[in-house]
Write a protein that binds this ligand. Sequence first.
Ligand code: MN
Length: 387
Amino acid sequence: MQYFISHYNKESELKFPDDLIIYDTTLRDGEQTPGVCFSFDEKLEIARKLDQFKIHQIEAGFPIVSEKEKETVKAIASEGLNADIIALTRTKPGDIDVALDCDVDGIITFVGTSDIHLDHKMHITRQDAINLCETAVDYAKDHGLYVAFSAEDATRTDIDFLKRIYSKAEECGADRVHIADTTGAITPEGIKYLVSELVKDLKVMLALHCHNDFGLAVINSITGVLAGARGISTTVNGLGERAGNASLEELVMALKILYGKDYGFKTKYIKELSDIVSKASGLEVPYNKPVVGNNVFRHESGIHVDAVIEEPLCYEPYVPELVGQKRQLVLGKHSGCRAVRAKLNECELDVTDDELIEIVRQVKKSREEGKYINDQVFKEIVKKTKK
Ligand code: MN
């Protein structure tokens, strides 16, 4: 058995689309994390690994930002990856021209739509925003691009105005419209209401870009999809502005394991992907980060370890191999004979039962004295005990 979840999950009652698209924005929103700047090689490496993972679309960057960014997006677009490569643009034809120079498959063109963004950032009227949307979508469609129109701060935008601007995008031939929860300020119930209202009027595919300011980005994405959205944006390790975006690994594993919806992603590459992004971003993954954290398949407590040695699913919802992780048994103050015996076997050391009891005692003592029991410390304890 590879996983074991609650039988109270009623996946059969839920309606997930078969054609869900995940567009990963590690290389764009992820790179907008304060202090993060990927090199050309790092971006290419991440894009290749995402492609191996079988991601549907890669938002490769924001090409108008710099010459280097443009060059990188162009290089990713010409890699011959299976994933579609898309770039971010403002609603300016000049931005779209630069994206066209990169030979991307498509663009996400965005404009702020909430009153607070219109008044304090753009200094334009709602009608101006609709005009910008029309110009950009028309222009990009005329140039043969796949076009997603994104309403920035959509979750704090008046719903009638949202419907108007999305309808305009649809009318101009947009392939998709995005709800950006730019400040992570909506609840699952809120997104359910918003998506349900929008899909009543729109035929165009709806997608979600959720931020994680309250730790709800993944569940907001899932709830939105169950309400009728068909696209989700993610980042590896949940990277992104402020508290980041919906984490790719958490979302994909929740869909696959908890909801029984396997979209064919090569989840065995998840750990590798996480490591590459962690290294390139310079941001260490927290030990307790779901799916990819170092502690997720690590057990120390004696009672837990005893059980895990016999049946890992006693204390794991799924086995680590599914995400390219490894199970680790850690010795410490909670360790018992069984865990120590397992560690001895792993180190190919043989001891008597009396020695075993003494080794367990010494392991607990060393840990409580502040020593971390790594293999070297453990071997020293064994050596001393056997004398
Ligand atoms: Mn964002």
